[in-house]
Design a protein around this ligand. Structure first.
Ligand code: FE2
Length: 288
């Protein structure tokens, strides 16, 4: 799938932008399916907020259980002082996760696209399995920031193999909170690990390396904006520092992210994401 230049660029930068990977129609289909999921979403305890400032990340039971389910997480700013939604439910969800790729047929078709397995193979991940998926809504006016992080902190294997397939389903711009990344930053150390507590409830960070992550703008200049059109695929190395800001614009910035790991790498039991025993990970490109 990839040219030698594309592989070289991924190895140099830690990310690879592939424009026009999917059609606008396919993007719309996936967005409509996400809409349906949100429409049907009526949990009994439905105020699960996903906050991405990592120290405050919610580690409640829904978050931990979402490894093997489809759960909608609310934007932090979705509620007023009395706990009511300030706008319709459909405009209040931050993301849907984390097993869309195995539990929803539309997301499954997308995620097990044989081209992704080929790309993974081209990048040295010949035995990739699909670990985790997220539909990210980055809502107009209040879509939350995602603090600068490395995915290997949250989806860890030994050796590090996590690789992200991030798809822009709408045009992503600086205005609506596009992703920013630090070219070459994947050659730096893993700064921290996000561990599930030994009793299975809650989580904590283990700090590994004091090298600071790149400061988001306007504080630093290491991060560059990845402004991409709908239909673009961005492949992300698990050690690449990346960040996205708050969306204060009037338009959403929908994206879908699928994270894969090598089947042969060790997957520590302290990872927050532990799939139920009856949901084994599946190789990319193998539909049920
Ligand atoms: Fe990430």
């Amino acid at each position: 799938m990839l040219t030698a230049e594309q592989v070289e660029s991924y190895e140099r930068d830690g990310f690879l932008v592939v424009p026009e990977f999917v059609t606008p129609e396919a993007c719309d289909r996936l967005r409509r399916r996400a809409d349906d999921i949100v429409d049907r979403w009526e949990p009994t305890e439905w105020r699960t907020v996903f906050t991405t400032n990592e120290q405050h990340r919610t580690s409640n039971e829904e978050f931990l259980a979402s490894a093997g389910s489809i759960w909608c997480f609310f934007e932090e700013e979705a509620f007023d002082a009395d706990g009511g939604l300030t706008q319709p439910k459909g405009l209040s969800i931050n993301k849907i996760g984390h097993a869309l790729h195995d539990l929803d047929d539309e997301f499954e078709r997308w995620s097990y696209d044989p081209r992704l397995a080929e790309i993974a193979g081209d990048l040295g991940l010949g035995d990739a399995v699909a670990l985790q998926s997220m539909f990210i809504l980055k809502q107009p006016h209040l879509g939350g920031e995602v603090g600068c992080h490395q995915d290997a902190a949250f989806l860890n294997t030994d050796p590090i193999t996590v690789t992200g397939f991030w798809f822009a389903l709408e045009d992503a711009t600086v205005e609506n909170g596009c992703m920013w990344a630090a070219p070459g930053g994947h050659r730096g150390p893993l700064r921290e690990e996000f561990h599930r507590n030994p009793d299975g409830r809650g989580t904590h960070f283990v700090h590994l390396d004091a090298t600071p992550l790149p400061a988001p703008p306007p504080g630093g200049d290491e991060l560059v904006p990845l402004e991409v059109a709908a239909g673009t695929l961005v492949v992300l190395h698990g050690l690449l520092p990346h960040w996205s800001g708050v969306n204060r614009s009037p338009v959403s910035r929908h994206a879908y992210a699928l994270h894969c790991i090598s089947a042969s790498a060790d997957y520590p039991a302290w990872n927050w994401l532990q799939r139920p025993d009856d949901m084994p990970l599946r190789p990319l490109a193998r539909l049920a």
